[in-house]
Design a protein around this ligand. Sequence first.
Ligand code: IPM
Ligand code: MG
Length: 369
Amino acid sequence: MSNPSLLILPGDGIGPEVMDQVIRIIDWFGEKRDLKFDVETDLVGGAAYDKHGVPLADETMARALEVDAVLLGAVGGPAYDDLDFSVKPERGLLRLRKEMDLFSNLRPAQCFDALADFSSLKKDIVAGLDLMIVRELTSGVYFGEPRGIHKEGNERVGVNTQRYTEAEIARVARSAFELAKRRNNKVCSMEKANVMESGILWRDVVTEIHQAEYPEVELSHMYADNGAMQLVRAPKQFDVIVTDNLFGDILSDCAAMLTGSLGMLPSASLGAPAANGRPKALYEPVHGSAPDIAGQGKANPSACILSFAMALRYSFDQGEEATRLENAVQSVLASGVRTADLMQAGEADPVSTTEMGDAVLAALDASLQ
Ligand code: IPM
Ligand code: MG
């Protein structure tokens, strides 16, 4: 049997430097746990634009469809701000999501004990927080037609379309219910059924799937604006939140910041399971390309490392090894090792990106003793 295949797309900004640490971790699993991967690396985002004039080359897209999982760093940067919309770095990421049909985006917001002080909320509101946002990723207003900017009389009009089919809602709802069954068995669905027809349909379909297939899971509904408020008021009331593409974009940033440390949060984007049982999958940190610190060895590689842990769990059925890696990161934090993003006023001596990688590798070694 051949090894599972990984396509690594480091991308722009801090993407390459955090991904270098992930590559060391992948090598560790190959050497120490006999979990070997066939790894290939390619370009995405601005890096791809610089070489190919497009943010994702067709050959790269084709490979992404063939491999068992894609790991992505980050895309974008100020150098590309003035590019035409159609070739902006973000379009490379959106093309991957759309053509791989990655409809279910898992964004955990977990508050690590050692970092509870970093939240802008009071410690007792976030300590022990562990929620998962399931964001629909391939439809809604991000992709709906018609779209564009046109002229009406002598003024310009911008148009985007929020559009959801029943099937699109049903499949992401199922993915949220399935996940809830493996967690605390609660799903909260968020939309704006009070003002949007697509929200009414969303609520209907989620309710139907619940009644027909998952009556044992606890389901509630919230308007997305109230959801945003509840997220900052009492986030621990949530287990799994399922929501559309745009609300999910916003609510997941909000949830991420509850934890105080964007540099810690991974994500998984999953499609339908293929014949071999593996879903099409892309794993990436929630943070962006952070151009202001790129190339300085300051970036925190944890979110990207934890994204690989999600790959171990959701693509390769290696839940125990995923937990080993997550525990390694937690123990490094607990020991006080910090990258610059996790320093508090008055603290000195952050470790570099590579030193953080060293510490995680050492903790992995220790896990074998
Ligand atoms: C995200 C990002 C993307 C999005 C951008 C980079 C296109 O904000 O993954 O949340 O809006 O989906
Ligand atoms: Mg976003």
